[in-house]
Structure formats: C-alpha cells, structure tokens
Write a protein that binds this ligand. Structure first.
Ligand SMILES: Nc1ncnc2c1ncn2[C@@H]1O[C@H](COP(=O)(O)OP(=O)(O)OP(=O)(O)O)[C@@H](O)[C@H]1O
Length: 338
C-alpha cells in the first residue's frame, strides 16, 4: 500500500546573515535528510526538544515555509504527488483541501476583526466555489457542530475574543476540517490550553479522525499526549530523525539513547522505568552542528566512531528504525550524560 505521506531525504535551509555585518548571506541546514512515512487514517507523532526542526518540517509539507527558508532537496509525496516540486498556485489548491494545519495558539491564526463564521465560510468558499451566502453559512454552522461547538448557530457570529481558548481551538479545527482534508497537521495543538480542555481537544481530534479517516501528523513535546494519541512516533533531534517506531516500541523498547533521554525527562514515565534525569546540555546551534551523530556530545553511550560519520538508520523491527551505532541497545546503555 502506498503511504498517504512519504517524505524522502528532505533538507530545508534558512538564510542567515554573514559575518561582515549581514550584507552577505549564508545558508544553514535545519531539516537534514528526513525520511518519514504516514499511512492514511493513522497518527504519527513527531517529538523532540525545542529547535529540532519539527515546525520547519510541517511548514515545508504545507508549503508555508517562512521567506528565509527553502526546501533544498528531497520529496514530499502526498499519495505520490510531490508537494516539494509544485508551484505555489498548485500548492494553494492542495492546502486546506487535502492537507490542513492547526497551530498552538488559535489567537495568532484567527483574524480578530472577523467573526469566526466569516472565517470558516471563507475557508469553505476558497475550495468550494459557487455556494451562495446562505449555503456557506449553513455549512459553516454544520462544520462548527462537527467540531462539537455548543450552540454553533449563535456562535457563528462571535468574534474570536468572545470565545474561550478551548472554543477558539475548536474553531481552528472546524476551519481545518471544512474541506475534508486527508491529512491534518497539528503543531502543539493543546500546549496553550489547561489540562481538562487539553483532554477534550485530544478526544475531539481522535473522534474526528475516526469519523473522517484523516491521517494526523501530531507535533508535540508531551510524551503523555504521544502515548494517548499516536500509532507511530518519530523522534527528531537537531534536524534529523533519530528513531521511528510504533508507539509501543518507543515506550517499551526504545533503541536510541536520545529517546531514552526524552523518556527519562518525563517524570511519570521515568518513575515507572526507575530513571529520571534531564538530558544535560542543549540542541546545538544550527551553524555549528557537531560532525557524525549530532547527539554524540550529549550521549553517555557515545563511541569514538559516533563523532566520525552520520549513523544511518538501522532496521530493528518491521517498522522500527534507529540511527545509532549502539543499537540494538544493551540493557545497561545509559541515555544521556548526567
Ligand atoms: N523564521 C525563522 N528564521 C530563522 N530561523 C528560524 C525560523 N524559524 C525557525 N528557525 C530556526 O530553525 C530551527 C528549527 O526550528 P523549529 O521551529 O522548526 O523547531 P521545533 O522543533 O518546531 O521547535 P519548537 O518545539 O520550539 O517549536 C531553530 O533553530 C529555529 O531557531
């Protein structure tokens, strides 16, 4: 079966000012040779520390990279169609209709001076031309009901600031789902919400996924959310995928010291496993990535060879890959430098 989304050897770069006062520009890599697959109807969680390139990867899929960034090489295949090579006009037609995205903070994505109904109607109008105002409004209300917004017929005329954070995120979800996308990218969709609302939004996403059959690419730093939502997990570090596996393997049989380190930083998970410790140090700056495995300076299991060549992904199970010279890991392997 062809995966719905297949990312092959994706490299993205950003332009940075040169050393001579910024007149000459250079480029540094952000996403550095990423391969990922996501099947229709499934959920792939993308995890990793801040600055690992998770958002850059998702913006590349959407064709929404900031002006300083570009796709340097690689393919982003949606059902075989390479989004990375499409002109902007063709991408605009796919965005919203086949692939949609929701962000952490709906307030920055919603227009504060337009009613939420007007914004949902606009999302529908772009992709379904020919509907009159009445039909658009009815469809907007139906979409809000689908996103379980209580009293949608009245709330369609509300402005974003009149709604709670949870309802605003439901409006974003309604807009994203207005045209029935096959793939929804959710970038930290619940980070800004309090815990009970978080659970409701995650429950809503799961229900909608069951109803519509859409695939979900879920970006999060919260391994609790991963455990609840994901079928598969890709662990990113410094622009590269360190490990990709079914969710059960990530939690029960992690095969990359960085994954072990992340699990160790999550108190509930670490206590179960008898290990709790932060990973010392931070993600290296883009312009000075270490050679070899980018995690090796922080890795307590590193071998001399880890600083020499980039470790290629090794297959450890049918769907389990880890890019580490030490994998399969012996039980005694420490995760990160204390
Ligand atoms: N518009 C931009 N201009 C310059 N650098 C950027 C821009 N956007 C992202 N970057 C850089 O690209 C790298 C990857 O950032 P990205 O936002 O993709 O990481 P992330 O893993 O999504 O982190 P977070 O969890 O904090 O969102 C970071 O070093 C970041 O500083």
């Amino acid at each position: 079966m062809t995966p719905l989304l297949s990312i092959e050897g994706l490299h993205t770069t950003i332009r940075v000012p040169g050393s001579n006062g910024g007149r000459e520009h250079g480029e540094v890599g952000v996403v550095d040779g990423v391969d990922l697959v996501l099947d229709a109807g499934r959920t792939l969680a993308l995890v990793g520390e801040s600055g690992c390139g998770k958002s850059m990867l998702s913006l590349a899929i959407m064709g929404l990279l900031p002006p300083v960034a570009r796709i340097a090489s690689g393919r982003i295949l949606l059902d075989g169609l390479d989004l990375a090579s499409l002109p902007a006009s063709a991408l605009r037609a796919i965005r919203g209709r086949r692939v949609a995205m929701i962000f952490q903070d709906p307030m920055t994505s919603l227009n504060p001076v337009l009613s939420v109904g007007a914004q949902i109607m606009e999302a529908i109008r772009v992709h379904v031309p020919g509907l009159d105002r009445r039909a658009l409004r009815a469809r907007a209300i139906a979409t809000m009901e689908k996103a379980r917004i209580p009293n949608a017929a009245a709330r369609v005329d509300a402005y974003p600031h009149q709604l709670s954070g949870g309802l605003r995120q439901r409006v974003m979800i309604a807009m994203a789902l207005a045209c029935g996308p096959e793939l929804l990218i959710a970038d930290e969709p619940t980070t800004a919400l309090d815990v009970t609302v978080q659970a409701q939004i995650l429950g809503l996403l799961r229900d909608l996924q069951r109803e519509t059959g859409m695939a979900l690419l879920l970006i999060t730093h919260d391994l609790g959310v991963v455990a609840e939502m994901a079928d598969e997990v890709a662990v990113m570090y410094a622009g590269r995928v360190m490990e990709q596996a079914p969710v059960s393997a990530i939690f029960d049989d992690p095969q990359h010291p960085y994954t072990l380190g992340l699990l160790g930083c999550t108190p509930a998970l670490a206590m179960n496993a008898g290990r709790q410790r932060a990973i010392a140090g931070g993600v290296p700056p883009l312009a000075s990535m270490p050679p070899g495995c980018r995690f090796h300076p922080r890795c307590a299991a590193a071998l001399p060879d880890c600083a020499r060549a980039r470790p290629m992904p090794r297959r450890l199970g049918e769907r389990h890959l880890a890019a580490c010279l030490r994998s399969p890991l012996e039980a005694s392997v420490p995760a990160a430098r204390p």
